[in-house]
Design a protein around this ligand. Structure first.
Ligand code: RB5
Length: 147
């Protein structure tokens, strides 16, 4: 199962940790950068390619990290078919998938510590969309807004 990753300089260190954790757990990762630390890089340049990869189905899900996670969530949600959210606690990491079919999780590399981040990552990648009627109805409404 492929998980796409992206980060700017604010999330660079945490993104590399996320990649190691996922690989150690047997997930295939697709790291869309940044590939080296650059204090001048801009999160839209890194997160938009990840969002496009999620929307095209090239990766199962995406994890984007910037300093706060806010910019990553804003840019990711500009891509049709992407349902991204900034996540800071485990309930939403799981429930955001089960109810809302969240397919791209955003983290703040300057906000959360690595142990919490690790729990969020695994809650997210192990969660599955329930497909219940009420959630399908809400997703259909979202898709109408997107169109
Ligand atoms: C970069 O310094 C920082 O502004 C960015 O990573 C992010 O926090 C934006 O939301």
């Amino acid at each position: 199962m492929k998980i796409g990753l992206a980060a700017d300089h604010g999330g660079f260190e945490l993104k590399n940790k996320v990649r190691s954790w996922l690989q150690e757990a047997g997930f295939e990762t697709v790291d869309l950068g940044a590939h080296e630390y650059d204090a001048e890089d801009d999160y839209p340049d890194l997160v938009h390619p990840l969002a496009a990869a999620v929307a095209r189905g090239e990766v199962f899900r995406g994890i984007a990290v910037c300093g706060s996670g806010v910019g990553a969530a804003i840019v990711a949600n500009k891509t049709k078919g992407v349902r991204a959210a900034l996540i800071t606690e485990t309930y939403s990491a799981r429930q955001g998938v089960e109810h809302d079919d969240m397919n791209l999780m955003c983290l703040g590399g300057r906000v959360i510590g690595p142990e919490l981040a690790r729990e969020l990552v695994f809650a997210f990648v192990h969660a599955r969309y329930s497909g219940e009627e009420r959630h399908e109805r809400r997703l259909d409404k979202l898709k109408k807004i997107e169109r």
